[in-house]
Design a protein around this ligand. Structure first.
Ligand SMILES: *Cc1c(COP(=O)(O)O)cnc(C)c1O
Length: 236
């Protein structure tokens, strides 16, 4: 993995970045009358090596996000051995044929967006007797290249996952288009979640996590602002 990883930031830089991000989240939450503890910071360690993740662990961070099953499999089992309280989130698109590995490794999966994946996850959860929590990913910008279910179908899909497939769906997730005002997308996601009877919102990244925290995010997914730039090309 080292050849694709960014240079790890020094541990003290990661710790300082984490403290700054936590401070901004708390401030944004309070400014909108929310309890800062209602916003979970997911430190997104994709594109960074185990040393960077270890630095965040040493600084007290326990909730991490990865967007590829394989990269996470190479990085996290060893780190987790010393930290049973660690929580690992899959935030990237999930192929149906990786459902087994995803259920085995992750505590939360943010990218449920289609019937076939719901079926595969339900089958694996039954088989493994392990039930990671799920977010339904909504393609709020209706971008052709992006994963996620369309907004018009999101509520019915989430209800079907819960009521018919007995899946542990807890909320909705979105990634706003890069060139649009994220507040519109965060507000739309919140409305859809309300309609679906769901309480959790996974929204907000390095550029807009404070805004997301003001608009009701329960989970913000922050990578660059904590670990620095990633050095490999990204898939949408
Ligand atoms: C990479 C990624 C993030 C973190 O992005 P940053 O801009 O580095 O904070 C958040 N969410 C998803 C789904 C991602 O793939």
């Amino acid at each position: 993995m080292s050849e694709t990883s960014a240079q790890p930031k020094s541990a003290s830089v990661v710790a300082a970045n984490l403290a700054a991000v936590r401070g901004e989240i708390a401030e944004a939450a309070r400014a909108s009358g929310r309890d800062p503890a209602a916003v979970t910071l997911i430190a997104v360690s994709k594109g960074h090596d185990a040393a960077a993740a270890a630095a965040a662990l040493a600084a007290g961070q326990r909730v991490f996000g990865e967007n590829r099953v394989q990269e996470a499999q190479g990085k996290w089992p060893a780190l987790r051995a010393g930290h049973p309280d660690l929580e690992l989130h899959l935030i990237g698109p999930l192929q149906t044929n990786k459902a087994r590995d995803a259920v085995a490794l992750f505590d939360v999966i943010h990218s449920l967006d289609r019937d076939r994946l719901a079926d595969a996850l339900a089958a694996e959860m039954e088989k493994q007797n392990k039930r990671p929590k799920l977010f339904v990913q909504v393609n709020t910008g209706e971008e052709v290249q992006k994963a996620g279910i369309l907004p018009a179908e999101a509520v019915a899909f989430a209800r079907w996952c819960i009521d018919e497939k007995n899946l542990p769906v807890v909320g909705l997730m979105c990634i706003p288009p890069v060139d649009e005002e994220p507040a519109l997308h965060f507000s739309l996601l919140r409305e859809l979640a309300k309609d679906a009877g769901l309480s959790q919102l996974s929204m907000g990244m390095s550029a807009d996590y404070a805004l997301a925290a003001r608009l009701g995010a329960t989970h913000v997914r922050v990578g660059t602002a904590i670990f620095g730039e990633r050095h490999y090309p990204e898939k949408a």
